[in-house]
Design a binder for this molecule. Sequence first.
Ligand code: PRP
Ligand code: URA
Length: 209
Amino acid sequence: MPAPVHVSTHPLIQHKLARLRAVDTKPPEFRDLVSAIARGLFFEVTRDLRLAPVAVQTPLTQTTCQQIADRVGLVPVLRAGLGMADAMLEALPEAAVWHLGLYRDHATLKPVTYYNKLPPKPDMDVGIVLDPMLATGGSAIAAIDILKRAGTPRVAFVGLIAAPEGVAALQAAHPDVPVFLAALDSHLNDIGYIVPGLGDAGDRQFGTV
Ligand code: PRP
Ligand code: URA
């Protein structure tokens, strides 16, 4: 049994997805939407983080509270994952950020790694791979391969929109990795774009169309 695929049904996320998909949404609004949706999904992916008790002195008394005990690594896949990482880092400033540069070759649709800023010995308990688009799944699988080879004990993937083909490929390659999405779309077209999708997530964030 592969780890679950969580597709958010939250009304706020659905509402923002509508604007994210719209062809007339310009980069400034697009970036705000990526950030807002990513922040919502972050609350889902961090649901199972381990907690440890901490003593807190309130104005009235001493009490026992909980703090996050897991060391979390955010792993944005460049370029398009960057906007997701900023939002999550605001929510958990203690997280480390490991940048991975991958692009999808237009002819073969295979991922090409061009940058890897993982520490030589990552000491994180959980690595969360961030990429808005899970299309063929090649980029996500390659990113997770890198994290696992580096010894990251637990890995999760967070995307905004996925194609069923990408989810199936990811689950076949990494059945232990839970997937968190804002939407699961219909299919890939013949040039590997998600339909209905939103187009090219990197170009739309950074105005490089
Ligand atoms: C996009 C996207 C993913 C990849 C998904 O990146 O951000 O990384 O494609 O496709 P896949 O599931 O078929 O691998 P792209 O290669 O366009 O690079 P960019 O973020 O620099 O624009
Ligand atoms: N990458 C994107 O940015 N969009 C897609 O639809 C597929 C891959």
